[in-house]
Structure formats: C-alpha cells, structure tokens
Ligand binder design. Structure first.
Ligand code: IPD
Ligand code: CA
Ligand code: CA
Length: 263
C-alpha cells in the first residue's frame, strides 16, 4: 500500500465532510439532538458526515473494513480498517463552541498506518503516515521541547461515562493543578492530540476514550516526535480506554502521577 498516496486521496474526502459540518453549525434544532448515553449527544450532522466519509473511503481501498462511531456501516473483520469519528467534539459543535474535528485512521491489523485530523473551524488539516513525519496543511510539525514539568501546559477530558472513576480522576487533576502551568479541557480528544503534536500543548491524558477518538491523532503525535502509551506505559492505548500522550520529555512525570493517584 502506498501510504503517501493514500494520505493525498483521503484529504478531499475529509475536507468535504468538514465543509458539510461547518455548513450545519448553528442549524441543529433542539429536537434533532439525541442522547446516546448520559451526556453523549448525536445529531443528523454526525451521521450524515459519517455516511459521506464511508462512501469516499470505500472507493479508495475497497477491501478495507470500518470501525465507525455512529455505526452507519456494519463492522466486519479485515486486515485493513478505517477508524472513523465523523465529528469529534459534538458537544462543542452543538453549543456553538468552534472546536471540533473529523478524525480518521487507517490501520493494518493492530497498527495505525495513517491519520487525518481536521480542525474544521481553523481549516487546519493534520496528517501523518508511518515513518513519514507529521504535517499541518503540508507544513511539518513537531512536539514542544518543554522538559520542565512545572512549566508544562496539559489537556484532558473527563470520563463522564465512568462515574466510579471520577473521584480518583479529580485527585490526578488536583495534583496537576498544583504542579504544572495548568490543565485545559478543550472537548475534542483528536484536537487535544494534534495540539500536543504541533507543540501548542505539552501533554494529554484521558480515561474512557474509544478507538475513533485517538487512532488518527496518535500516529500524528508519534510522527511529530511525541510519545504515546496507556496509563501503565504499555501500548494498549487505541482499544484500552487509557491514553497518555506527551512531547516525550515529560511522559514519566505525568505517568508517575497517574500511577500514584489513579491506578
Ligand atoms: C468526545 C470528545 C471529548 C472526550 C469525550 C469524547 P465525541 O468525542 O473527544 O473530548 O472527552 O470522551 O467522547 O463524542 O464528541 O465524538
Ligand atoms: Ca469522539
Ligand atoms: Ca463523534
């Protein structure tokens, strides 16, 4: 598979879905919003964008199967798979907060080969393929060089689907508030990852995410020189619901706090 060519072929498909999402911003009526689970919202925008993406991606690699958040396509087994979050940051989107994205990964067996994250309202398309470097709008990006944990700016998201974990999660948060420059909560895990990849932020961690939230952004971060693992420092961060993603230099500091307070 020529990964560099796949990156280029997918770009117009992502941009088209992004343009549709942008056009619908501010148009969704209250009664068009469904609650999948507690605080987990969806509308016709997520579903239509997913259908557009599936249709476009299918033409590029006909044999590839899909894992998609909105399940507009049946999951099948196959070596090549697309992992698709048509709209990451749905709550922001529905509240008129201009930070949401399209997130796509292409995996071969268990390994991510390519990633695309489109920060729609900034019109920034982040891409990477294995061993090919990371880019935003075709310009190379790299992680920050911050090695002083006390000066690091972090980002996270809250595991509202896991109330049993919330107390310990807040303990981690408290420790970080006391020992770093601060912790942001932006509302799109894919954007969190690419903001670490391009050095705006120094580290990201979150519990309870799904493969479509992290697969695309994680390869972009790795190709930008970052480090990504699960909470134990192991590799199960795509399907394992735990992710620590940093500029590499502060990985150990963050992992130690999560180990002490959360695990
Ligand atoms: C959500 C975002 C958010 C994270 C949530 C995810 P969605 O994805 O990535 O930052 O904290 O856990 O579910 O539902 O907007 O695609
Ligand atoms: Ca998501
Ligand atoms: Ca989503």
């Amino acid at each position: 598979m020529n990964l560099s060519s796949i990156i280029e072929q997918v770009k117009p498909v992502v941009l088209e879905a992004g343009a549709f999402i942008k056009k619908e911003a501010g148009q969704v009526q209250h009664e068009q919003i469904e609650h999948k689970t507690l605080n987990n919202l969806v509308s016709y925008v997520d579903k239509t964008a997913e259908e557009m993406l599936v249709k476009g991606l299918r033409k590029i690699i006909p044999e590839a199967v899909f894992i998609t958040e909105e399940e507009t396509v049946i999951q099948e087994k196959g070596d090549w798979k697309w992992v698709v979050d048509p709209l990451d940051g749905t709550t922001n989107f529905l509240h008129g907060i201009p930070l949401f994205s399209v997130s796509i990964a292409l995996m071969y067996q268990e390994e991510v080969q390519c990633g695309w994250v489109y920060d729609i309202m900034h019109d920034d398309l982040y891409t990477a393929y294995k061993n090919g470097g990371a880019f935003v709008n075709n310009i190379p990006i790299k992680v920050s060089s911050q090695n002083d944990f006390g000066q690091a700016l972090l980002v996270t998201g809250f595991p509202y689907g896991h109330p049993d974990k919330m107390k310990k999660y807040v303990d981690v948060f408290y420790e970080l508030m006391m020992n770093t420059r601060g912790v942001r909560r932006l509302g799109s895990a894919a954007i969190d990852l690419v903001y670490v990849a391009c050095g705006k932020l120094d580290a990201f961690y979150e519990y309870g995410l799904s493969p479509w939230d992290v697969a695309g952004g994680s390869i972009i971060l790795k190709e930008a020189g970052g480090y990504v693992s699960d909470f134990k420092g192991e590799e199960n961060y795509i399907f394992g619901k735990e992710i620590i993603a940093t500029n590499d230099k502060i990985q150990k500091n963050l992992m130690k706090i999560i180990e002490d307070k959360f695990l």
